[in-house]
Design a protein around this ligand. Structure first.
Ligand code: GLU
Length: 496
């Protein structure tokens, strides 16, 4: 193994990329960049039954969106390609044969019915889940039990078969996981896993090990759900005479109500689970990345806001925790608000334009910039700007009943009319927030009432609801003619 750090993100294209997958990619990326190493994307597409069209594209777009470009992967010119396992089948066959030749693997011809019968006959209370292993292999139909001539004939006739690893039950697999510490498994716990399937394609285990070796992967960083596969991989490295990469299994991502954050759980708890949902929901990529970095890792003090460069310089596997990391959606929204507020309003406008167009609003760019400026402090996601700021694009069609009840009293029309008379005197270019506010202060002084007695009715008249962004700034932006028209309509609708 060379000294260079080379890590890989190795998703199977079986559907949209899960948010937990993006965390795995991020930790690999941070680790690689921290060590000046290489981040490889490898597509593990050997299971044709689970292959989903478009999934690879979704993975690549998700990494792009998150700002985690890979150095080597499909479409790049790395020295270790191709990076799709489906394009590497010959390699796996070669190593499976090598294991056969060394007597460390064997052909198995058992039909699904025969395997089922074996399980049924051996099942007992002490052995609820019988496996194909040292205890059973000699009772099965394979190249260890059949005469060589028969094996040869079966192979010649293309009778469906697999190649299995011959696990020595007295082997003990020990390794030092960089996160979990010392891990050990006995050979008797490991089954004679299939290496090559009857369709000639490798299983995950064989392909994963062969590729990690050939691609000179120095560290395998992946989710805890793969920990139980690690001993099988380590055995394969041993049997092939290769040095195993270092291993690091990341803590599970847990749902706030407990248990692993499954798709179903996430749905129940209103947590978007695919990276695609975050892209289409227009979340801030930096917020998602910053949040994910903290889902299992921490810098060891109370800092929470990190740029990608800061994460790269501070990241270490030693600071990744063993225990499950709870996906706190509120915290994610806190990050999102932070990054949204820090973004330039001009850059947010093109992102909300499609939503505006969908609503049939034909907004002027500069006007939309001002709307964003007024509202980005009040929302968690850009799309909420449209919801809260609807009144900027169309006059209220109705007035929120509760707010009207609270705001519109018998004496209200007098205050409102007094106010409109005052502001009608302002010239177009004097129509600005400070003057609109002074006019309100003068009016309430005349009637000797509090701020809210006029502010709330005005807000309801102009926006249709009882809460929203700064009213004077909003009125200034809407313009004199529009505001006076809206106040007139409200007076007519709610009573003069
Ligand atoms: N193809 C596996 C997955 O879908 C890769 C696991 C690993 O990183 O070894 O996650």
């Amino acid at each position: 193994m060379s000294d260079q750090v080379r890590v890989r993100f190795a998703p199977s294209p079986t559907g949209l990329l899960h948010i937990g997958g993006l965390r795995t990619a991020l930790y690999n990326y941070l680790f690689a960049k921290h060590h000046g190493g290489v981040f490889v994307l490898r597509i593990e597409d050997t299971d044709q039954n689970r292959y989903v069209d478009g999934a690879e594209q979704d993975i690549i777009q998700s990494l792009q969106w998150a700002g985690l470009p890979f150095d080597e992967g499909p479409g790049t010119q790395g020295d270790f390609g191709p990076y799709r396992q489906s394009e590497r089948s010959d390699l796996y066959k070669k190593y499976a044969s090598e294991l056969l030749d060394k007597g460390l693997a064997y052909y198995a011809f058992d039909t699904p019915e025969e395997l089922e019968a074996m399980r049924e006959s051996l099942q007992s209370d002490s052995n609820p889940n019988p496996r194909y292993d040292a205890n059973t292999r000699l009772k099965m139909r394979n190249s260890l039990t059949l005469p060589a001539s028969e094996v040869e004939a079966l192979l010649k006739d293309n009778v469906p078969h697999v190649i299995r690893l011959k696990v020595n039950e007295s082997d003990v697999v020990r390794f030092d996981d960089m996160i979990r510490g010392k891990v050990s498994f006995s050979g008797s716990e490991i089954d004679d896993q299939i290496l090559l399937k009857s369709d000639g394609l490798p299983t995950y285990h064989l392909a994963n090990v062969v590729d990690d070796h050939l691609m000179k992967i120095s560290h395998v960083i992946r989710g805890e759900e793969w920990l139980s596969s690690a001993p099988k991989h380590i055995l394969l490295y041993q049997y092939l005479g290769w040095e195993s990469p270092k291993m690091a299994h990341l803590p599970l991502i847990m749902s706030p109500s407990g248990g692993k954050l499954s798709k179903r759980k996430a749905e129940q708890e209103g947590i978007p689970v695919n990276v695609r949902d975050y892209i289409s929901g227009d979340y801030e990529a930096e917020a998602v990345v910053n949040f994910l970095a903290f889902l299992g890792w921490s810098p060891g003090d109370d800092r929470e806001l990190f740029t990608l460069d800061e994460m790269i310089s501070e990241f270490s596997l030693e600071r990744v925790s063993k225990s499950g990391a709870i996906f706190n959606y509120k915290k994610l929204m806190w990050y999102n608000e932070h990054y949204l507020r820090a973004s330039d309003s001009k850059e947010i406008v093109p992102r909300i334009m499609p939503f505006l167009q969908e609503e049939g609003f034909d907004a002027d760019f500069d006007f939309a910039v001002e709307v964003v400026r007024l509202l980005k402090e009040r929302v968690s996601l850009p799309v909420e700007i449209i919801k809260q700021g609807r009144f900027f694009f169309e006059a209220p069609k109705a007035y929120d009943e509760k707010s009207v009840k609270k705001a519109w009293k018998a004496e209200t029309p007098d205050f409102v009319k007094h106010y409109t008379e005052k502001v009608s005197g302002l010239a177009e270019k004097e129509w600005e927030a400070s003057k609109l506010k002074s006019a309100l202060e003068e009016t309430i002084a005349v009637f000797e009432v509090g701020f809210g007695k006029l502010m709330l009715p005005l807000r309801v008249a102009v926006t249709g609801v009882g809460a929203g962004p700064d009213l004077f700034e909003s009125m200034a932006l809407l313009g004199k003619e529009e505001v006076l028209k809206r106040i007139d309509s409200a007076l007519a609708a709610l009573g003069e």
